[in-house]
Design a protein around this ligand. Structure first.
Ligand code: C5P
Length: 208
């Protein structure tokens, strides 16, 4: 039995107490992956941003808001896991400053300075040791090339390429790439079945 960490859902970066930047992400893929791994008898820990879906009973979920919070929770939980699947869509930028009061309209344009947030999988890769990492890449162009660049940068053992129509949808179209650039498999269908396909690939290549 393996212990698997899944990051899931979006993160939020607030510019004032009521407004935030985020990514379009429902948490459905993370939830479906949790179901697939639980069904196969594995232990599942989830770190999730704010989502409306429910995660399956049987997995332990820690909810966070910002990318920085997701990073700290993921580092803590990864230490006790055999591998991680990065199904989250963390917000890559945050406002350089967060106003403590609601920003009021003045009639003028408002300019926001954004700074980059940490990359969670890349940070986990630095402490990877014998653990495995599965990443996702959602691309609008040059999918396979960009997915392989992400696989290398984040030291992934597998990367799952998907596409924008998957966002907030029950269906997805995925291709799994291995570190040598080979296509391990492809799948089109529900996220539930896609998660089972991903489980099969992970089981075959990474679980022992
Ligand atoms: O956003 P990007 O396309 O780089 O995401 C690719 C992979 O990296 C995904 O698995 C995502 O969960 C992960 N990621 C992350 N931390 C970020 C951005 C992305 O772990 N700040």
């Amino acid at each position: 039995m393996a212990k698997v960490l899944i990051t899931s859902g979006p993160t939020r970066e607030y510019l004032d107490p009521v407004r935030y930047l985020s990514n379009a992400s429902s948490g459905r893929m993370g939830s479906a992956l949790a179901e697939a791994f639980l069904a196969a008898g594995h232990e599942v820990r989830i770190v999730s941003g704010p989502v409306e879906i429910a995660y399956p009973p049987g997995c332990r979920v820690r909810f966070v808001t910002t990318t920085e919070e997701m990073l700290h929770a993921a580092i803590e939980l990864f230490a006790d896991c055999d591998g991680v699947i990065g199904a989250a869509a963390p917000c890559d930028f945050r406002p350089a400053a967060r106003a403590s009061d609601k920003i009021v309209k003045t009639g003028d344009d408002l300019y926001l300075r954004l700074v980059e947030t940490p990359d969670i999988l890349a940070a986990l890769a630095a402490a990877k040791q014998g653990r495995w990492i599965v990443g996702f890449a959602l691309e609008t162009r040059d999918g396979p090339v960009r997915a392989m660049q992400k696989l290398q940068r984040k030291q992934c053992d597998l990367i799952i390429l998907n596409h924008p129509p998957a966002i907030h949808s029950d269906r997805t179209e995925i291709t799994a790439f291995t570190p040598d650039g080979a296509v391990l498999g492809t799948f089109i269908g529900s996220k539930t079945d896609a998660a089972r396909a991903i489980y099969g690939w992970v089981e075959r290549r990474l679980l022992h």
